[in-house]
Write a protein that binds this ligand. Structure first.
Ligand code: CMC
Length: 429
């Protein structure tokens, strides 16, 4: 028998609503008919208990420390696949076979260049603009280049938009970086891997050759995999809501980038590195931990704890492994900040305050350290996140547009403002 939920109001009226079950995870009460039947809304700011859509892309069980993309555990994807395979999986629902992978890589690779006119767009920005501000503008500008040829109701057109976004984001991120440091743009090279090409566009200069280091490429590729999607977080919900009006997907991704920029979302690894700089050296760790445990100090140990993962963040375990690989490869174990990070991690993992509250290092604790070791400046960390998350955003956008139940998003409100009143003439106000 179909399960139902009953809502009884104080006035004695009772209403039944269907319960819907997913393949895994909590059931939901389908309240779409609530207002029509009962004339009331529900109140749930921050969507603490509200599913805004149904999705087949990503599943998280925060208590168990589980993250699945299309059913595959992140631990297996990070070890056995590269980022473009994960992109294919998120977009198409299945991992590619060898021929499908080859075709996908070839198509993405062919779209890596940006329209030459876009180069001039960068020069409108101040050199000292935050690169995320530049990203919001430039990615939004892509809609001016690819609007006329885009019918979002045509699945093939949507697919081409997805290819363009995944392919051009590394080029745009690297251009934002080069512009900010006053170096010439480096064009993509099609013989390199997706991530190798990105590193070259970031770090090569015309004056000398740049040799791609495969250990470092693999580390950055893993950062991309671990950040590729995280179900209905703030930026993904922003992309879905913007897209629900039928807006151009490039403009929707720009909206997602704007949302990600906020310190409560994509900015945590930047904050973690700033904290390490502020602590200064390993001798001051004990004192800092004391302050982080004192509620009145206003200090938190950045890179520790997670809103959803109340067990170990599965991405943190993988990033920790990568962190040590990179430090070994670059001989950086003696670097002041890295030593400090390792000392901090050790003390916090043994301290009862953190252990009893299940405050483990999160993915951002290690990804900041890895990115710094790769030579990526702190101000670029959120840009790297946006590059990786673009595939998640576009997969979720595609899923929404193809969903026959999709409607323009239109939350309700609990109005607490003035009731109807009349405008007084100026002299009487
Ligand atoms: N340092 C010290 N104490 C902490 C910390 C921390 N980083 N995080 C939580 N606590 C304490 C908190 O004071 C509280 O103590 P008590 O029970 O005695 O009142 C307890 O732990 C539970 O904290 P909470 O604030 O209820 O936990 P939350 O789920 O609301 O917060 C969090 C999660 C991520 C906002 C928080 O852990 C935090 O601020 N961490 C540092 C910032 C950070 O690294 N953020 C990145 C998260 S990963 C990003 C992503 O996946 O996109």
């Amino acid at each position: 028998m179909d399960k139902k939920a009953t809502l009884t109001l104080n006035d004695g009226r009772s209403f039944e609503f269907p319960m819907l079950g997913g393949s895994v995870g909590p059931e939901v009460v389908d309240i779409r008919s609530l207002y029509g039947k009962a004339g009331v809304f529900t109140y749930d700011p921050g969507f603490m208990s509200t599913a805004s859509c149904n999705s087949t892309i990503t599943y998280i069980d925060g208590d168990a420390g589980v993250l699945l993309y299309r059913g595959y555990p992140i631990e297996q994807l990070a070890v056995h696949c590269d980022f473009l395979e994960v992109c294919y999986l998120l977009l198409n629902g299945e991992l590619p076979n060898a021929a499908q992978k080859q075709g996908f890589v070839a198509t993405v690779t062919r779209h890596t260049m940006v329209h030459d006119q876009l180069n001039r767009f960068f020069t409108g920005f101040r050199r000292d603009a935050h690169p995320m501000a530049t990203m919001v503008g430039v990615v939004g500008a892509l809609s001016a280049f690819y609007h006329d040829s885009l019918d979002i109701n045509d699945a093939e057109h949507r697919q081409v938009a997805a290819f363009r976004l995944i392919a051009k984001l590394p080029t745009i991120v690297a251009m934002a970086y080069k512009y900010s440091i006053g170096q010439p743009f480096v064009y993509p090279r099609n013989e390199l891997s997706y991530t190798g090409n990105f590193m070259r566009m970031m770090f090569a200069v015309p004056a000398e050759d740049y040799k791609v280091n495969e250990v470092l490429v693999r580390a950055l590729d893993r950062i991309f995999i671990l950040h590729a999607d995280h179900e209905q977080n703030a930026s993904t919900s922003t992309v879905r809501l913007s897209g629900s009006s039928g807006a151009n997907p490039f403009a929707c991704i720009a909206a997602g980038i704007a949302c990600l920029w906020g310190p409560a979302h994509g900015g945590a690894n930047e904050a973690c590195l700033q904290m390490l700089e502020q602590i200064g050296d390993a001798s001051k760790v004990g004192d800092f931990i004391k302050r982080a445990k004192d509620k009145n100090s206003g200090v938190r140990l950045m890179g520790f704890g997670h809103r959803v993962y109340k067990n170990y963040d599965p991405r943190a375990k993988l990033m920790r492994e990568t962190c040590h690989e990179v430090l070994n490869e670059l001989g950086l174990h003696d670097d002041r900040l890295f030593k400090l990070a390792i000392a901090l991690e050790k003390i916090a993992l043994e301290d009862d305050y953190f252990v009893s509250r299940k405050l483990y290092p999160n993915v951002d604790f290690y990804s900041g350290i890895v990115q710094r070791a790769l030579g990526i400046p702190t101000s670029m960390f959120t840009c790297i996140f946006s590059l990786a998350r673009t595939v998640g955003w576009i997969a979720q956008w595609q899923e929404m547009i193809a969903d026959p139940e999709y409607k323009i998003g239109r939350p309700r409100q609990l109005y607490r403002g003035a009731t109807r009143r009349d405008v007084k003439p100026m002299a009487q106000r």
